[in-house]
Design a protein around this ligand. Structure first.
Ligand code: MLT
Length: 273
């Protein structure tokens, strides 16, 4: 399994495909890069696809006290640099979208295009922040099966396919309670990305499952209306994870968006560790 060392952390990532046109996939909470399996296989014929695990989730270690979006964005920049990649199409789903906003603020020139999937630009209210602290405490006390019982049904459409539900529960089970708690604390600390919307100049698509139970559709509409030239695509028959609930429609939306961007510069040789 490929891993890069960034400071004291080991950041694990998955990679598929080849070529100069890179797509970076940033995953949702409380999952890991494995949630992108249908995209790693579905997009690899056309793109080089890179999907890291955020610290404390999947196989990236150690879990910090808070997996902030600054940390996730910094790891993504360091990973791409180590791989010799200067520009990429970036798709972030939910927590991955929060991190994509931070990545854009730090490295706008890195972006060939941006896909904001089932995410929002608004920060947490004080009630939402408090709920994250409670969730973190419960995760530490009750463990990952509690996390899966509580959260997996929210991630999928109300009448979810049992096989997809089992897949999501397994992805949650691959984590650690400490990593889940750290991600909740980090999301609670995220910046308000609403002011960023007007500053995004790369081509952008907003994608959302039509039965998302976590992000209100109004958030997606607002992002698509505020980001210059952005398009909005709804994925039918899908909740918060349309990449898993309707992979053909999700892959078609992502692939047609990234394929329409101009081809990129050759990738530089990777750095040696
Ligand atoms: C996610 O799917 O990444 C989370 O639901 C985001 C959040 O809790 O705000």
């Amino acid at each position: 399994m490929p891993t890069v060392h960034i400071g004291d952390a080991s950041v694990h990532y998955q990679e598929a495909g080849s070529g100069n046109d890179v797509v970076l996939l940033l995953h949702a909470f409380p999952l890991h890069s494995g949630m992108w399996a249908p995209q790693l296989s579905g997009l690899a014929g056309r793109f080089r696809v890179i999907a890291p695990d955020h610290r404390g989730l999947g196989q990236s270690r150690p879990a910090p006290a808070a997996t902030t979006m600054e940390l996730v964005a910094g790891d993504a920049i360091a990973l791409l640099r180590k791989l010799g990649i200067r520009r990429a199409g970036v798709a972030g789903l939910s927590m991955g979208g929060y991190a994509a906003f931070e990545l854009y603020r730090r490295a706008p020139d890195l972006f060939r295009g941006l896909a904001l999937c089932d995410t929002k630009a608004t920060p947490d209210t004080s009630e939402q922040r408090a709920a994250r602290q409670t969730f973190a405490a419960n995760a530490l006390e009750k463990g990952l099966s509690w996390v899966a019982d509580d959260f997996a049904p929210k991630l999928l459409r109300p009448e979810a396919d049992p096989a997809v539900m089992a897949q999501v529960r397994a992805l949650i089970g691959d984590g650690t309670p400490e990593g889940v708690a750290a991600a909740q604390r980090g999301m609670g600390l995220r910046a308000d990305s609403v002011p960023t919307l007007g500053r995004i100049t790369c081509p952008t698509v907003v994608i959302q499952g039509d039965q998302d139970q976590i992000v209100p559709f109004g958030e997606a509409q607002r992002m698509a209306q505020t980001i210059k030239g952005a398009r909005l695509v709804r994925i039918p028959g899908a909740g918060h994870l349309p990449n898993l609930e309707n992979p053909p429609a999700f892959n078609a939306a992502l692939s047609s968006f990234f394929a329409a961007l101009p081809s990129d510069l050759p990738v530089a040789p990777p750095e040696t560790e």
